[in-house]
Each structure stands twice: as C-alpha cells, then as structure tokens.
Design a protein around this ligand. Structure first.
Ligand code: KIV
Length: 279
C-alpha cells in the first residue's frame, strides 16, 4: 500500500469537491492498522474511549494521559489516514494556556495531526490554531456536557437552541477550525449549517446532508450490543461472530481437537530419545 497520507488541506478541499469525508474512531494499534488499510479519511481517537475501551459510564473520567497513550497506539498503526486526538474533559476548559499546552501534548506525545474539542470554545480554538495545531470543532449533543443536558438528548430542536448552535458553528469557523463535528441535531439544522459554512461538517446523528460522516467503530461493527442508537447502522455483527468463534474454540479444546498435529512443534528426530536415554 503506497497511498499518500491524508492532510488537513485535503479535508478542507472536500468542501469544494463534494466528495464525502469518512471518519471512524479507533483506540488501539490493531484496529487502527486495519482501518488504515482501507480508504477511510480520518481516524478519531475519541474520548468515547472511556466507555468503549475503559468501561466508564461516560467520557468525563477520561484523562489526558489516557488520550495520549491511545493516540500514540493508533498513530503507530496509521500511516495514511489523518489521526485526530480528542481533548478530554477538563483538559481545555480551565484556560486558554491550558488548552494550548494540552493540545501540544496530544501532538508531541500522542503523534496526532490535529485535535478535536467540544463546545463553545472559540478563544481556545484561536489560540491552538495560532500555535500551528489544526482543530476540529464539535457541537450539538456534546457528550462532555451530559450533566448540563440532563442526558444524551438531541440538541437544537427548538428555535432558540438551533440559532445558538448555528452561531457557535460560525464562531468556531471564524476562530479557525478546519472541520466541524455536528452531533445529535435535527437534519434540517445540520443541512443549514453545512450550506452556510466554508469548512466541512462531519455528522453523527445529524442527518444526510453533512459533508462527511463519523461513527464509533464498535457501533459500526456490532461489537457494542448494550444499546444501539437510532443514528447507528451496524455493518457487521462482530459480537455474534466472536461468541461463535470462542464457543467453537472452547468446544475443540474440551474435545482435544485443538491443538492438532499441525499446530504442534516437534523436536529433531532422535533428540528427545537421547535425552530420555540419558535420564
Ligand atoms: O469521542 C468520540 O468518539 C466522538 C465522536 C463520536 C464524534 O467524539
């Protein structure tokens, strides 16, 4: 595979070419390597890591060190796709200086090519971009605000909220983001924002009209069976395949079918006999 690495200008160019941007999450080397061998544009090391890989209830207890470690693992598997590292809760909310410094760590220590942060954070974005770090925005149903929203509820359904989200999109664009994740908002609002912005939008639960789409990889693969939201399409049922494969393994070990001779190493002819003869 000798494909050119995807760059931030490539993503920006998609707004004009109208070729849809494709993005998925990954959290480790193995999945990253598999994704990188496809034509996927962006691998996001999302802070959904907290629920998917670390077993937390939400994203709020994910630390910057968690994100750095997993971003580094993903980067090692990705030579072609653009790797974006998510800034976890409280790694950019305290001050502009904190935001720039922690974004820098995701680039320097994690190896990300860009960072993503949630919410109405134009001043943070401006400063991070000034430091030379590309930023992806993320508005709508932003999971780090789950307590403020009172749950994972679709945002921007009423007129006032929809105007605020639209304004946030423009403010973030003016601050310098290169793309904007729109999560959990009505399709009509996402379409309006997408038509108005010069930078591409990437939707998740935001209808059909965004410039690209993103999903959590484990949702797409049908690994996560706890809850399947309306906006998710499962393209595989890996949980079922995994259970079937492991069930077969257990049975074959019990029945002494596995390992077979073809999985067994053998000593050189006579060697064991000589050892035994010495005993
Ligand atoms: O953390 C994440 O996985 C995300 C995407 C779902 C957009 O932010």
């Amino acid at each position: 595979m000798n494909k050119r690495p995807v760059t931030v200008p490539d993503i920006l160019e998609r707004k004009l070419s109208r070729k849809k941007i494709t993005a998925l999450t990954a959290y480790d080397y193995s999945f990253s390597k598999l994704l990188d061998a496809t034509d996927l544009d962006i691998i996001l090391v999302g802070d959904s890591l907290g629920m998917v890989s670390l077993g937390h209830e939400n994203t709020l207890s994910v630390t910057l060190q968690n994100m750095i470690d997993h971003t580094r693992a993903v980067k090692q598997g990705a030579q072609r796709a653009l790797v974006v590292g998510d800034m976890p809760f409280m790694s950019y909310q305290v001050s502009v200086e904190q935001a720039v410094s922690n974004a820098g760590r995701l680039i320097q220590e994690g190896g990300a090519s860009a960072v993503k942060l949630e919410g109405r954070m134009a001043d943070r974005v401006e400063a991070i971009v000034k430091a030379g770090i590309p930023v992806m925005g993320h508005i709508g149903l932003t999971p780090q605000s789950v307590h403020q929203f009172g749950g994972y509820k679709v945002q921007g359904k009423n007129y006032l909220d929809s105007r605020q989200i639209r304004q946030d999109a423009h403010d973030l664009q003016n601050a310098g983001i290169f793309s904007l994740v729109l999560e959990g908002i009505p399709g009509e609002l996402a379409e309006e924002i997408t038509a108005e912005l010069k930078i591409p939008t990437i939707g998740i639960g935001a209808g059909t009209k965004c410039d690209g789409q993103i999903l959590v990889l484990h949702d797409l693969l049908g690994i996560n069976q706890d809850f399947v939201p309306k906006f998710v399409k499962q393209y595989a049922q890996l949980a079922d395949s995994l259970k079937e494969a492991v069930g077969e393994y257990i049975q074959e070990v019990q029945d002494e079918v596995f390992p077979g001779q073809e999985h067994t190493y053998h000593s050189q002819k006579g060697n064991l006999k000589q050892v035994n003869d010495r005993d």
